[in-house]
Design a protein around this ligand. Structure first.
Ligand SMILES: Cc1ncc(CO)c(N)n1
Length: 234
């Protein structure tokens, strides 16, 4: 049975089945463990000390650097201007508003962005780099693989940020970090990413489809390992 057969079996008998819903389901229990990670509850409740928040942001900047490069690859590999426009606008936000949140966090808490990366951060960076450089996948397979990674990273962040409820009087930079991931524009971007992956994945051959699904699960596992490493009390 191929991976695509598993998808077809899952889809049959469901109303309006979506590949991205199936991908999320086959990525359990890691998916839910990441969405419900105590790091995010502690952050929202004001229980995360400034220094610990800053240490998380330093590791996350280690993620964001190759992630930004991966968006660049997505722009290059997209099949149309329509996709390049949406991805380019996201890249603009990442390199302006979000980058500024990182810089002001490092400054406010007196930490250096150059600190050492934890092994889980290095693993994640390696994955992002590898997907950006591309494997043996065909052109459409490669774009779908990139989309799979983007869907995981952005959908997970939307999911925790819209799940938590924040306490009053939260440090403004922590509030900003949540704002970046629970706002309507970000929600629309995640909706778009899911839609595009649903469409692109449907047209892949069996080999590229399996590879895409494996990348999705691998990325979810890397997300969980990353958050366990920066907040080891799950
Ligand atoms: C580890 C990680 N995953 C996803 C996001 C959202 O881009 C982020 N900032 N960091």
């Amino acid at each position: 049975m191929t991976t695509r057969d598993s998808w077809r079996a899952w889809a049959s008998g469901r109303k309006a089945p979506r590949i991205t819903d199936w991908l999320r389901e086959i990525s359990e229990p890691d998916w839910s463990a990441t969405v419900h990670h105590p790091l995010f509850d502690d952050l929202a409740a004001g229980r995360l000390e400034g220094k610990r928040f800053a240490a998380y942001m330093v590791q996350d900047y280690g993620f964001v650097d190759p992630f930004t490069a991966l968006i660049g690859h997505a722009i290059g590999h997209a099949p149309s201007m329509a996709d390049r426009v949406v991805l380019g606008q996201f890249m603009g936000m990442l390199t302006s508003d979000e980058n500024s949140t990182f810089q002001r966090t490092f400054e406010a808490f007196g930490v250096s962005a150059r600190a050492d990366h934890l092994p889980a951060t290095r693993d994640f960076r390696h994955l992002l780099h590898e997907v950006g450089m591309g494997g043996q996948a065909s052109a459409s397979g490669r774009y779908a693989e990139i989309l799979a990674v983007l869907v995981v990273t952005e959908w997970l962040y939307l999911a925790w940020a819209t799940r938590i409820s924040r306490t009053e009087g939260l440090h403004p930079l922590m509030g900003e970090w949540i704002d970046l991931h629970d706002n309507p524009d970000f929600q629309a971007f995640v909706d778009w990413l899911r839609q595009r992956l649903d469409e692109e994945a449907a047209g892949l051959d069996d080999t590229d489809f399996s590879r895409m699904a494996e990348r999705f699960r691998e990325t979810v596992a890397k997300e969980l390992a990353f958050h366990d490493a920066v907040h080891p009390c799950r």
